[in-house]
Design a protein around this ligand. Structure first.
Ligand code: F1P
Length: 346
């Protein structure tokens, strides 16, 4: 009964199937707009979803915080799809947003971890993340598994809508298959992130900058630092720095620059130069081959190369480790973060 609306995604030899999906190919071809609605880390996963879906599906995507969406009288129409993301499947604002979408006659596909939860039961289709019941209060693998589901949906829609050519589609599939192995490699950064956390655990303010998908990662990284180490951290779209925030950068301020987007790399290098000129200490997280970054940043953390649309599975991982070790250094209980509930039902 609990699995009634479950969609089973499968990677086949040359494609993707979403078995038991109730959405028809006709509906998928006719979508005019997608609304992604969620809270906290799930909202950040939704922001990644927007970049990926707009890039490969060419459908306009709106991403809303559920507590804003539900109270702002959102305008939805028949050819829209609502994607609801929630680890617990019980978050009150997210559930209310789902009900609003249903009330307006919009189909709802949800990405949920807890089997049989309220959101799962009330959606038209459910993709479970199977991240396990032992999931932490401050979401980590809950977030990365939500990203994987979003990739599968985006790629499946791309196939149905014919929005990416076959060669590129096959390339994406190949890269998708390599994500687990490359993720294992990133976890080897554990010791390095522990060392950096030791060095910077005294900082009271941290700025995390990035562009595009790296900005989405910066937001999630900043939330992790706040949730478990109680450090004040801000995520900025790197291009926004010069519109005010740069005045907060002074001698010794910690800035973490995430630069995994090939076409935005040089721009990030310029942003790092700007903050370095004001005395910041910079940790850069980048993909292989970023020699220009070594010339300007104090520390460079290298990630394996991957297609730009999948970088979100990687760029947040060193930051999750950094947040964890910073919390440990500061004597915080990472398993019981203060004022944070595993499921926010009021
Ligand atoms: C949303 C969320 C989590 C966060 C914490 C509080 O929950 O903000 O992202 O880590 O657990 O709730 P959910 O709707 O994804 O269950």
């Amino acid at each position: 009964q609990a699995l009634k609306k479950t969609v089973f995604p499968r990677l086949t030899e040359r494609g993707i199937s979403l078995e038991a999906l109730s959405l028809t190919e006709e509906e998928i071809k006719n979508f005019n707009r997608i609304h992604i609605v969620a809270c906290g880390s799930a909202w950040h996963a939704g922001i990644v979803g927007r970049y990926v879906m707009e890039e490969i599906n060419r459908i306009p995507v709106e991403v809303d915080i559920a507590s804003e969406f539900r109270y702002r009288n959102p305008i939805l129409s028949k050819n829209d799809l609502c994607i609801i993301i929630s680890q617990s499947g019980e978050t009150a604002d997210t559930l209310a947003a789902l009900r609003e979408a249903k009330k307006q006659g919009v189909k709802v596909l949800s990405i949920v971890n807890v089997v049989g939860s309220s959101i799962a039961r009330e959606s038209d289709d459910v993709l479970y993340t199977w991240a396990g019941p032992e999931i932490a209060v401050a979401t980590t693998k809950g977030y990365t598994t939500q990203l994987s589901m979003l990739y599968l949906v985006a790629l499946y829609f791309a196939k149905v809508r014919g929005s990416v050519d076959e060669m590129r589609f096959q390339e994406y599939l190949r890269e998708l298959r390599l994500l687990p192995q490359k993720t294992e490699d990133i976890l080897k950064l554990d010791g390095k992130m522990a060392e950096l956390a030791k060095r910077y655990a005294h900082c009271e303010d941290v700025f995390i900058i990035g562009r595009g998908l790296d900005y989405a990662a910066a937001m999630e990284a900043s939330l992790k630092l706040k949730e478990i180490s109680y450090i004040h951290s801000e995520a900025y779209a790197a291009g926004e720095l010069k519109h005010g925030t740069i005045s907060l950068i002074e001698e010794g301020t910690l800035v973490i620059a995430i630069a995994t987007q090939e076409r935005l790399f040089e721009k990030l290098v310029s942003n790092v130069k700007e903050v370095k000129a004001r005395g910041a200490n910079v940790i850069a997280i980048t993909t292989k081959g970023g020699k220009d970054m070594e010339a300007v940043a104090d520390e460079v953390i290298y990630l394996p190369k991957v297609a730009d649309i999948f970088t979100s599975s990687f760029n947040v991982l060193p930051m999750q480790l950094f947040a964890y070790y910073t919390a440990v250094e500061r004597g915080c209980d990472v398993d019981k973060p203060r004022n944070l509930a595993k499921s926010v039902t009021v």
